[in-house]
Design a protein around this ligand. Structure first.
Ligand code: PLP
Ligand code: SF4
Length: 374
């Protein structure tokens, strides 16, 4: 067994361990275990500094989860957009491809609790209909391996999947969504990376939520990936008590950028069962975004998105920079709250004097910008 597999094996997962290690009441621990099992590997456990800290909150089961276990199983309507098992097809040109239900750690805020952690293994045979779907739909240019965590698969199994997808002519890029660089960086080995780079263009999106998750080990993992020409992005979930603070987020994003990981999305926490205690007011997210733009490198600024309930997809939201807009001008404010009037090109002058490319007047075009009059 490889080191990372030993670390998984040595995870805290049973009721007995939860009671002993975290002093949970046994009855509550049983209920929590029935609701969503724990898996805290020794590496991630070692990042905890004190009970209830931002690392602890993400991995240790808590009684408050039991308050809303009746909330949505599938808040993003993924199952209704699943044409065949293991595929979610929401956007025109890309699909999620669920390759496993296992993860290196089980996050208490997970939105895929219904899919994650059940012990039934997914085999290549089980994935046949998913491969067929990708092969038969030439509009699919981007396949996002997801789960669970695809890097829970062995190198051999993962390579079989990549090889099959790479053989599909219309699949341009393959993405891997994995939390391993954060929760179990030992998984990113030179051997894995050597295999991955054979299937370029490969992109990875990982998932760091707090600066304490950035360690020598996680840095090394990300560097191995990036040095192999794999661009690494980060998807961060905004959570109460974990990172709902502009200084913490700024610190995290700067540190990510310094190890060549680009912040990609900042997610508003989903309406998911057992996780409502993590939700923050949208105002908090907007304020964080306001304190990033202009203040830190633009490369470190992600899109803040709400994943629309029921499957509407990710919708970006921005602090209000447009103070007013009419046919002649737009009134904007900058990161220091200074106001600027920018003269617009009026629709009647637009492209009257240059050859048309088909868009020769804006009469019929309405831009969906809502501006409140002061
Ligand atoms: C997030 C997501 C994607 C990828 O979206 P991008 O904006 O391209 O990163 C694709 N499919 C589903 C179902 C998703 O939830
Ligand atoms: S790694 Fe992702 S899929 Fe797995 S438990 Fe955490 S949030 Fe859920």
């Amino acid at each position: 067994m490889e080191l990372w597999q030993n670390l998984i094996r040595d995870s805290i997962h049973s009721v007995d361990q939860l009671v002993e290690k975290f002093k949970l009441d046994r009855k509550i621990a049983v209920n929590l275990d029935n609701f969503f099992q724990a898996r805290i590997n020794p590496y991630y456990l070692s990042l905890i500094r004190y009970p209830g800290d931002p690392i602890w909150l993400q991995c240790v089961p808590d009684e408050v989860e039991l308050n809303d276990i009746d909330a949505s199983e599938d808040p993003l309507g993924e199952d209704s957009m699943s044409p065949v098992p293991n595929i979610t097809h929401r956007y025109p040109d890309r699909v999620l491809f669920l390759a496993t239900s296992q993860c290196g750690m089980y996050c208490r805020f997970c939105t895929r609790k219904r899919k994650v952690g059940n012990s039934s293994k997914i085999s290549m045979k089980d994935l046949e209909s998913a491969f067929k779907y990708v092969e038969e739909h030439s509009e699919i240019r981007d396949v996002i391996l997801s789960g669970g965590d695809p890097l829970m698969l062995t190198d051999v199994m993962l390579e079989k999947i990549l090889k099959r997808l790479r053989a599909v002519p219309h699949v341009e890029i393959i993405r891997i969504g994995t939390k391993m660089p954060c929760v179990l960086p030992q998984r990113i080995t030179p051997k894995l990376v050597k295999m991955l780079r054979k299937y370029h263009p490969i992109y990875i999106n990982t998932h760091f939520n707090h600066p304490w998750e950035i360690t020598d080990e996680s840095k090394k993992a990300c560097e191995l990936l990036v040095d192999a020409g794999i661009p690494v992005g980060n998807q961060c979930v905004l959570m109460r008590g974990v990172n709902d603070n502009p200084e913490i987020i700024k610190d995290l994003f700067r540190k990510l950028l310094a190890m060549r990981v680009r912040p990609y999305y900042l997610y508003q926490a989903d309406l998911t069962k057992g996780a409502n205690h993590f939700r923050t007011p949208i105002k908090v997210g907007l304020e964080i975004m306001d304190k990033l733009r202009g203040h830190i490198s633009g490369l470190a600024i992600p899109h803040y998105v709400i994943d629309a309930p029921g499957g509407g997809g990710k919708i970006p939201i921005l602090p209000q920079y447009v103070l007013h807009q009419d046919d002649e001008k737009i009134v904007l404010r900058n990161f220091k709250y200074e106001t600027f009037v920018y003269p617009d090109v009026t629709p009647k002058d637009y492209r009257n004097d240059i050859p048309s490319n088909g868009t020769d007047n804006l009469e019929g075009i309405t831009l969906p910008i809502l501006v409140e009059e002061e």
